[in-house]
Unconditional design. Structure first.
Length: 166
């Protein structure tokens, strides 16, 4: 793949990234375009940041938990060496995800991510998405709850071994 340097090339790259990596489950674009010293600021659950292999592991974990996962781009904003992508995802939780056994429920969540490019490669990324809303749709946590109910749900998840922090 040619080096990515213009705002239009960044937009074209993100279209490919969403389609090939997220929707087609083809991780080769990561190997081709993500720098060896890449830093992802949201993938590692136990780590603060991860490299290219952590990115692939994160995407695989979503595909394992949601076999029909789909991501659709809602907007892009590109400037200088960065692009921001607004997205919406859908999928059925039919496999383990983040230690949570399959619920066979469908969910939809909006989110946003940013890629920074240097020397034609992705060198840094950030993201945020509505993880709480997704967990509510999967009925892992109640849709409406008080602080007490939330803490009780968290305690139950910890007791069952679903989520433990080091």
């Amino acid at each position: 793949m040619a080096l990515i340097s213009t705002e239009e090339e960044m937009r074209e790259y993100e279209e490919r990234f969403v389609q090939e990596v997220w929707n087609d489950k083809d991780y080769s674009l990561i190997d081709e375009t993500v720098a060896d010293d890449y830093v992802g600021h949201w993938f590692g659950i136990e780590e603060k940041a991860v490299g290219p292999e952590g990115l692939k592991s994160f995407v695989r974990s979503i595909h394992e938990g949601f076999s029909d996962f789909r991501m659709e781009t809602e907007f892009t904003v590109a400037e200088d060496d960065m692009i921001v992508v607004g997205f919406r995802t859908t999928g059925t939780h039919d496999g383990e995800y983040m230690g949570i056994p399959a619920t066979d429920r469908s969910g939809e969540t909006p989110g946003i991510y940013a890629h920074r490019f240097e020397d034609g490669e992705v060198v840094e990324a950030w993201a945020a998405w509505d993880a709480l809303g997704l967990m509510q749709q999967l009925e892992v946590v109640p849709e409406k709850f008080t602080l007490t109910e939330f803490l009780e749900s968290a305690t139950e998840l910890a007791r069952s071994g679903i989520r433990k922090r080091a």
